[in-house]
Design a protein around this ligand. Sequence first.
Ligand code: ZN
Ligand code: ZN
Ligand code: FE
Length: 756
Amino acid sequence: MNANKNISRRKLTVQGQVQGIGFRPYVFRLAGKHKLTGFVFNYTEGVIIEIQGETDDILTFVDDLKNAHKENALIKINSLEVENIPSVSNENSFEIKQSKSDGSITAEITADIATCKDCLRELFDKSDFRYRYPFINCTNCGPRYSIIKTIPYDRPNTTMSSFKMCDKCRQQYENVTDRRFHAQPVACPDCGPKIYLCDSTGKIIEDDCDKVISKIVQFLKDGKIAAIKGLGGFHLACDAENDNAVKELRSRKMRDAKPFAMMAEIEKIKRFAIVSEHEEKILQSIESPILLLAKKEPNTIAPSVAKGVSALGFMLPYAPLHHLIFAEKKFNALVMTSGNISDEPLICKDNEAVAKLGTIADIFLMHNREIYRQVDDSIVQIIADKPAMLRRARGFVPQPINFKNPSSAAIFAAGSDLKNTFCFVKQNRFIVSEHIGDMEDSSVYKHWLSSIEHLKKLIDVDPKVVACDIHPRYFSSQYARKLKADVIVEVQHHWAHIASVLAENNVSEKVIGLVADGTGYGTDGAIWGCECLIASLDRFERFDHLPYYPLAGGDLASKETIRPLLGLMKKHNFAIPQNLLDEIEPDLKKRQTIELQIDKNVNTVQTSSLGRLFDAAAALCGLGSYNHFEAQLPMALQAIADTQNHQTYKPDVFSLLVGIINDRMKGVEPKVISSKFHNTIKEFFLNFARNARMQTGINTVAISGGVFCNTFLSERLIEGLQKNDFHVLFNRLLPANDGCVSLGQAAIAAYVSAKH
Ligand code: ZN
Ligand code: ZN
Ligand code: FE
């Protein structure tokens, strides 16, 4: 080196998502560009870089590094520390050093990522040797979490182990300057996985790649139903503009009402839905989630795709196979719904797909790259101009939530029995599993058990602190209580909801917690659901709640709206006109039995559930009397709400319900009643918050709970709270529904165990 020049040396400590995604090769190339010497290596918390050269070059290197995410969207730098250190002599090059800690760390396993722009260009470039290859990928994109069997993340530990890399692929894999350097799933038509078509019995009927694509497209165009094996599991697909095909899919899947998600290219989505610039970015993000978008009216999407909702769920093609299908330009949008039977786990294995989906699909588009972990599509919606998760899985898991953890113990949190996720904690990383589902289905429970074992191995933790719900009968809690742990922390459901908001936002102070939920077991044995808590991560108290009402009928209580309605009627002592009662439940005997159950307190619980109040209101509005799927009627009530209406009823339960009944009898339009109902619920919560602030002086409000997935309510409440000068926190990284409960349990367990 020239001694006249101003030579110095720096040590850079980088934390964030910087491992297993081509960060070190990126640093290597950057060092070369700025003529710097030194080295880079992974350590347990991130990456360490030492660079030496002219000070000006070092400064521009650091500036470039800060913008690394512009080169590679997977890179997320959370912190970058720069330290001056003495320069060394006899250093002539920049190297990537192997580190001992490689493989024993969590940060290197990343999520499954949508096909990147470079791969997409190559996919349709005739001169590229991966032209039209359905498994093209690189360090910036492709499968990760779904194909890893165990750590460290190396090809032999993935489902790619059965494919031997050809020379061309290996050259790229070993070349540090190549985009495919250490891209474990790298493959090409010569050496990698292949696609083929099977009939509904699993017999291969076509295995020429181009013919497979043109045939499947023709099948779909002809109104047939296809099972398509993708990145994280099977989809059931049909032409979304063909109502007969969609109806047929519904009847074969025995799914009578729940909206289907769709896949389409961006220009087509804009035909069917309103897409803002911000929403377009979310659709095109590397995570490529399903995004709920406001319908354009009229549109040509088959009516059976999504009835009784105001939004359509769309995602872009995110795997090369999807791009090949859409490039044929034979249809505008496909229904792409999870390949499973009713509430069972998503299917990802070929033989299981044929066995279980053979009666649904006319044809199977298969491939021979095994999916080791099924990962559902993630669902996102916009709340108050920002994305909020509705279902967190593909693209996001196992990205950790970083939260300052006061405990050194590893933690396992079992989550809720509904919309289950579970959570492992290692240092400051809270790793929440993908959406697992509802535990009452025994196949979901089995899947849950194996998922816990798998993630535990990947993260390499052996938790001695365990957290679960206080519910006496939750399957998740019963399992957790049996684990050999030093400490078991049982957490009230709604406290966990609020704690998840705190953890996500990296806040540990005491807050006012507003919860709008279906059900959660309360510390008094009642079923809570509409709560105002004063909560931090080590304690909570219940400040206020919706007055308890009796709810008869166990599981049926969340399906048949007559049950909460009669409970509310008896509690608040109002009359429901005969014709309304007959409309909601014509069977007089049944109504009398329910009333008797309530009077005699048989199979009846006390509840403050807000979800059931929504059910009752929806029924009074004439929207139906039975939830065929969870929250069907509350969603229908939200869908019709008139956004221009800001009237409210008097904010107490009696006046609210009597007001709705009177309006209905007067012939007021349901859309007006619905908005008045929503606005009144908002007032309930505003009153909770104002009273709590008056008594405690706390000004930060955290909101959570499944009912807040209702954007009409949550957006109005957030706005109302902000107008009242509250600082508002809510779930974004995790769903406000029970998908967030495991994170909250884990954060509370971290605080409680730190005290032990
Ligand atoms: Zn790529
Ligand atoms: Zn190859
Ligand atoms: Fe909940």
